[in-house]
Design a protein around this ligand. Sequence first.
Ligand code: AMP
Ligand code: MN
Ligand code: MN
Ligand code: MN
Length: 283
Amino acid sequence: MTSAFPRNADLHSHSRVSDGTLSPAGLAQRAHANGVDLWALTDHDEVGGLDEASKAAAALGLRFVAGVEVSVSFAAQTVHIVALGVQPDSVALRDGLAQIRSGRDQRARDMAHDLERHLGLADVYAGALRYAGNPALLSRTHFARHLVEQGVCRQTHEVFSRFLTPGKPGYVEHEWASLDQALAWIAAAGGVAVIAHPGRYRFTTAEEWALLERFKALAGKGIEVVTGSHTAQQARKYAGLALEFGFYASRGSDFHSPTESVCDLGRLPPLPADLVPVWELLH
Ligand code: AMP
Ligand code: MN
Ligand code: MN
Ligand code: MN
């Protein structure tokens, strides 16, 4: 790959196959229209959109990276690991993701129950399900959309801060995959593992350090530095940690929806020039 390519990589985005609102083909079109020249679809815990995304990208002449964002539990928090360049038909990866998805339905029923009790609403599970493009992938985002529709909050972000985050009445603790499992599945599928939006976690410095060290020991390669969820200060912090740990740096909007996402596809600052971009590992 020549150093001039890509100019505008966006390696983190979601379709209706998880908690985005556009189809995989719709995302490909939007990425292309926004000037993205290397694009990854990274739905949560699901590779079902990759075939459509890959075909749509090819038709547009847009270089595509097959990805998935894997839900992991580490030090009693949820951590997301973006896998890039995976073989979507890997049985190890598919079985692992199916195992993660299998816990989502009961969690959603528990969340619905808590929200119903707290808000005096009925049929919250069915209401959230109406927003899910994929019933096997019911996520907090679908609950947030339903509660906005019900007039409980004006924006999905507000639903998260009032109800859907740790310590709040609609939050249900959940055990996802372990970091070790996730990295094994990603490796089996030939993918590159990247720590997603590290600035979003609420770890102590010691816990964060433990995450980075364990990830490195498990042959994890990358870390998101420039993402839609980082402030400029967080991008600088994780640029420093990428250099310190020898991680490749990634860049991705984490785009979910034209009306909800703060950062549109491809509309991100460049990676700091002293970092090694993760796309050097993607062929
Ligand atoms: P889940 O996998 O069901 O726990 O849902 C996680 C998803 O919720 C994330 O991928 C985001 O799309 C969304 N999310 C988490 N926190 C927030 C927030 N503060 N504001 C808006 N969306 C959020
Ligand atoms: Mn999401
Ligand atoms: Mn995430
Ligand atoms: Mn994401």
